[in-house]
Design a protein. Structure first.
Length: 173
């Protein structure tokens, strides 16, 4: 078990995220800050794979996210003032898991890796620092955000499969 997994539910009880069923979300625009790294790559991966396969992502300067969300009818995320944002020690990936009722244990295991990479708690998991380094490397390449998503999403596919395999190995013990 990843440290702090048991405290996640209590942490979310203290915030005011209204849960949505996944069938309530289809072909939605989502908007966040430009120059994606860790959470702003992981969240679109999570959204596209498990919430809205037709999601469209917009990337704008930090100070324009909420206005762009209003103008475009988009859901803002991973930015101050957005419902889907960091809460306490938890990151936006955690907020999306909670909001959309995603209960897959492998996703929650992956959330801990993302949380460690995206916050000051880099040693939360043995893999968090590596994910942070990968994200830093992609960000430093100066590619457009949509290109970074395309290139980096296979890393999240691999981490998700790793988490699923780890859980299966733990069950077999």
């Amino acid at each position: 078990m990843i440290p702090h997994e048991a405290t996640l539910t209590a942490e979310w009880r203290r915030c005011s995220i209204h849960r949505k069923r996944m069938d309530e979300v289809r072909a939605v625009k989502w908007v966040t800050r430009a120059r994606v790294k860790v959470d702003r790559v992981a969240c679109p991966w999570l959204i596209r794979k498990f919430v809205d396969q037709d999601a469209e992502f917009l990337f704008v300067p930090r100070e324009e996210v909420l206005a762009a969300a209003e103008r475009e009818g988009a859901i803002p995320f991973d930015t101050p003032g957005a419902e889907l944002n960091h809460v306490g020690d938890l990151c936006t990936f955690d907020a999306i898991l909670e909001k959309y009722g995603l209960t897959d244990p492998a996703l929650h295991r992956l959330a801990a890796i993302v949380r460690g990479a995206d916050t000051r708690n880099k040693d939360l998991t043995p893999w968090s620092r590596g994910l942070d380094a990968i994200a830093e490397g992609f960000q430093s390449m100066g590619l457009p955000d949509d290109e970074v998503l395309k290139l980096e999403w296979p890393v999240y596919d691999a981490l998700y499969n790793f988490c699923r395999n780890e859980i299966e190995r733990e069950k077999a013990r």
